[in-house]
Design a protein around this ligand. Structure first.
Ligand SMILES: Cc1cc2nc3c(=O)[nH]c(=O)nc-3n(C[C@H](O)[C@H](O)[C@H](O)COP(=O)(O)OP(=O)(O)OC[C@H]3O[C@@H](n4cnc5c(N)ncnc54)[C@H](O)[C@@H]3O)c2cc1C
Length: 455
């Protein structure tokens, strides 16, 4: 596209239309902001990457008006993630959630990333105020005439370089082969594969196995010393690694790629009008299935703040709370992923023996972290302040967030409020059970449903 078209004076320019940029453009577009979003590629990135997101992320898709479209191309499972050693013993289980979880959505969703990105891109058609510029590489942020510029431009971010962010490396860098297989549903071996995610902690060849949905299954296979990455998917090398599970008569390789998993958190997500979100400011090894999820949470945090500032309801320094809130939150996920990586990737016999001793008493269970946002746009108080409020379903069948809309809300007994805005909507009985459980009278929720304050 021509450079002149860029000089549009949009409210927000987004560099990168991967999942994070596309979601942010949807959220801003629905809020009525004018957005220019650029991607250097025309097509959607086709190589295998994310396969899992959680219930909170589904709630963000709901806020973008895309939950139904996304539910139609994903599968749910309540069976969690099982860490299994070479002998078949379960070491740990990341628990699943049965039925609708605290967000009124299933807790774990499995998907094919290019299909999800297609739904997000199609969602942009709903907003004439969002202009998608494909096949356009941004070479300098100075070319972008917009009030704010958000770099959702991935791990090698140009916007990050323009900001001059500092990298904090958590020191996990390990190459893995990532393969999507299309499996024959009539094959007895395919039918006998487990429905839950497996982290195979086998020192001779660590692997991750995920049921992505439909015919698709994901194998992530750690590279071992002596492996030739270029040759690993050749049939005579690939199928012997898979022999315990499947053979060439059961499945075909759809796509394969070697990735080096990184664990890096950058410091400096904002400089003036420039901001970062997603892989541009943090990268995690995928052992928790949370890299993209963190980027989606960035988008949700940024979207309401940008809308409030551009709508004249909040001052620009509100954006300074974005990194202070989000960085500690994403750090908790990445640190856990790195610790899990040490369990899965252990190959040294002494380390493996030490690890197995730790789990000799039986499997340990854990859940996704529920960290508090760092200091920012919230009261300086312990959790539940700074954590996300659950989403109950109202007696009339509506989900709480749909009933409230994108604005602040007070949950509690309205009779006790001294002042209520004239345009405030009152809803019957929202969250009373949660308040009673926490011994609280009221909670003030932000538009992204994180708790600002409690009383
Ligand atoms: C093997 C693997 C498994 C994973 N599993 C999971 C999982 O299960 N769950 C999960 O949540 N996450 C997972 N992830 C992580 C997830 O895939 C990423 O976090 C996510 O894709 C990041 O999205 P993004 O939009 O920030 O960046 P990207 O997806 O990298 O998108 C960046 C976009 O910016 C564009 N771009 C870059 N520079 C420019 C420029 N100068 N001008 C214009 N456009 C530009 C690129 O073309 C690209 O489209 C996994 C990753 C891998 C590799």
């Amino acid at each position: 596209m021509g450079g002149a078209e860029l000089l549009s004076g949009a409210d927000v320019a987004i560099v990168g239309c991967g999942p994070v940029g596309a979601l942010l453009a949807n959220l801003l577009g629905q809020a009525g902001l004018s957005v220019d979003i650029h991607d250097r590629e025309v097509g959607i990135h086709a190589l295998p990457r994310a396969v899992h997101f959680d219930g909170e992320v589904m709630r963000i898709f709901q806020a973008a008006g895309l939950a139904e479209a996304i539910a139609a191309v994903t599968r749910t499972s309540s069976r969690g993630m099982h860490f299994i050693d070479a002998m078949g013993r379960t070491l740990m289980v990341r628990r699943g959630i049965k039925g609708p979880g605290p967000h009124s959505w299933a807790g774990n969703w499995y998907f094919h990333q290019p299909t999800l990105e297609r739904v997000l891109r199609d969602g942009l058609d709903r907003s004439p105020n969002v202009r998608l510029h494909l096949g356009h590489e941004v070479v300098s942020v100075d070319d972008l005439d917009a009030r704010y510029v958000v770099g959702c431009d991935g791990a090698r971010s140009l916007v990050r370089r323009a900001i001059g962010s500092r990298a904090h490396d958590l020191d996990l860098h390990q190459p893995w082969l990532v393969v999507d297989l299309l499996c024959d549903p009539d094959s007895p071996r395919v039918q006998s594969l487990p429905d839950y995610t497996i982290q195979l902690c086998d020192p001779s060849r660590p692997m991750t196995i995920v049921n992505v949905g439909g015919k698709r299954r994901r194998w992530e296979i750690m590279l071992m010393p002596g492996d030739d990455p270029a040759r690993l998917v050749e049939p005579d090398l690939f199928w012997p690694m898979m022999a315990k599970w499947l053979g060439p008569q059961d499945a075909v390789v759809e796509r394969a790629a070697v990735y080096t998993f990184h664990s890096v958190i950058h410091e400096g997500w904002r400089k003036g009008r420039l901001l970062l979100a997603g892989d541009a400011c943090h990268q995690t090894p995928p052992f928790l299935g949370q890299g993209m999820c963190a980027g989606m949470r960035d988008a949700a945090n940024l979207a309401w703040k940008l809308a409030a500032i551009i709508g004249g309801e909040a001052p620009d320094p509100l954006l300074d709370t974005y990194e202070s809130e989000r960085r500690p939150h994403v750090t908790a996920f990445i640190e856990l992923a790195v610790r899990l990586g040490a369990v899965i990737q252990a190959t040294d016999p002494a380390a493996v023996a030490e690890r197995d001793k730790r789990f000799a008493e039986g499997p340990q269970t854990f859940d996704f972290p529920q960290p508090q946002l760092g200091p920012g746009c919230r009261l300086d108080a312990p959790p539940p302040v700074g954590t996300i409020f659950p989403q109950p379903r109202l007696a009339d069948g509506r989900l709480m967030d749909d009933a409230i809309g994108q604005r602040f809300a007070i949950v509690g007994d309205s009779q006790r409020l001294a002042y209520l805005r004239p345009d405030a909507t009152q809803l019957p009985d929202v969250g009373g059970e949660w308040l009673a459980q926490h011994g609280l009278r009221a909670a003030l929720l932000r538009p992204d449903r994180y708790i600002y304050a409690v009383a």
